[in-house]
Design a protein around this ligand. Structure first.
Ligand SMILES: *Cc1c(COP(=O)(O)O)cnc(C)c1O
Length: 348
């Protein structure tokens, strides 16, 4: 348990005092009854999408709650994880006063969001082995440190962080510990969702963009205590998840067999790439991956990146990130795409 954590004092004063916008669709929700809706100035002629979507996404949350074994009141949905992460900044971080802690090399959006929200981004680099430097993180934190953002498995390094390290942070950091689990379905490690009851300062974010194959619908999820979700709900745009997205996400969740077999294929292909990539002459080191991408160190990242582009293959050059000099990040593709990548790499 976390003793120094107090959600009320962590929340920005204006958010604490805010009376949220009450939308027409919030006021009356019993859509099963034979009601006439003349409250929201919609076009009354039914085309399947003429009504505003459910601002609380009840049906979708109920389904997710069943699948994940959490209460629906512990779920917040957003327009991608990017919106969910932005809401965390806006609810808890006072511009020009508070700070967040991030642990590069990591997901670039945390830095962008701190810039947009005028919140100091205190960067504590990972160690050479891409592990969390727990002592440095705790040393750097102060009374203005509202949150720490940890991607596990981590993008772009691909590794997951030790359970004991994250547990130590949860128990000793007085702000929110945000664990970004965008890649959790590719990992052998279980989700921190299962520990929500133990840690009142824990927020777990997941997304429909990666393993679930739905990057195009823009749907991100935060799992946290009902109190944290209440704060975030207060400031989210009322109709942030559109009707088409809610419908498509439901279809996906009801029909998970195909997705499960895709996941198995991706993991098999990752294993294959993990053994094939080290055979390539220009590749010097291949880092272990718990995600659907592999980071590799090459002799000259820019040169190899350009050569791949020349052959019609787009990868990501991560060399500008700390500890990632001369690295390329390869997303695991279809068997055919990976075979083409390997052929091109061998011919370089
Ligand atoms: C891809 C990715 C996301 C996904 O963001 P969405 O806005 O949900 O598409 C989130 N976090 C990390 C670390 C990622 O790599």
């Amino acid at each position: 348990m976390q003793s120094g954590f107090d959600l009320n004092s962590l929340t920005r004063e204006n958010v604490r005092n805010l009376k949220p916008y009450s939308s027409a669709r919030d006021e009356y929700t019993d859509s099963g009854a034979d009601m006439v809706f003349l409250d929201a100035n919609e076009n009354p002629f039914d085309n399947g999408l003429n009504r505003y979507p459910d601002p609380q996404q009840r049906i979708l949350k109920q389904k997710l709650a069943e699948i994940k074994g959490v209460a629906a009141s512990s779920i917040l949905l957003g327009n991608g994880s990017d919106e969910v992460l932005d809401l965390i900044f806006r609810a808890f971080c006072e511009p020009h006063q508070d700070n967040v802690i991030t642990v590069p090399p990591t997901y670039g959006m945390y830095k962008v969001l701190s810039g947009i929200n005028a919140v100091e981004n205190c960067e504590i680099f990972l160690t050479e082995g891409f592990t969390l430097d727990i002592d440095a993180i705790l040393d750097a934190s102060n009374e203005h440190s509202k949150a720490i953002f940890i991607s596990s498995p981590n993008n772009p390094t691909g590794n997951r962080f030790k359970e004991a390290s994250i547990k130590h942070l949860l128990e000793n950091f007085n702000g929110l510990v945000v664990i970004d689990e965008a890649y959790i379905d590719f990992s052998s490690q279980g989700s921190w969702i299962n520990r929500l009851r133990d840690y009142s300062n824990l927020i777990v974010t997941q997304t429909f963009s990666k393993a679930l194959g739905m990057a195009g619908i823009r749907l991100g999820v935060a799992y946290a205590s009902k109190e944290i979700v209440e704060v975030l709900n207060k400031i989210k745009p009322p109709y942030n998840v559109n009707a088409l997205t809610q419908q498509r996400a439901m279809e996906q969740l009801k029909n998970r067999d195909q997705n499960a077999s895709q996941l198995i294929q991706i993991l098999e292909e990752r294993k294959k790439l993990m053994s094939d990539l080290p055979q390539v002459p220009c590749i010097q080191q291949v880092f272990d991956s718990d995600a659907n991408f592999i980071l590799a160190r090459v002799d000259n990242a820019q040169k190899r990146y350009d050569a791949l582009i020349e052959k019609g293959i787009v990868v990501r050059n991560r060399s500008s990130q700390p500890l990632c000099e001369n690295t390329l990040r390869f997303t695991v593709g279809t068997p055919g795409e990976n075979a083409r990548l390997m052929q091109v790499l061998k011919d370089l």
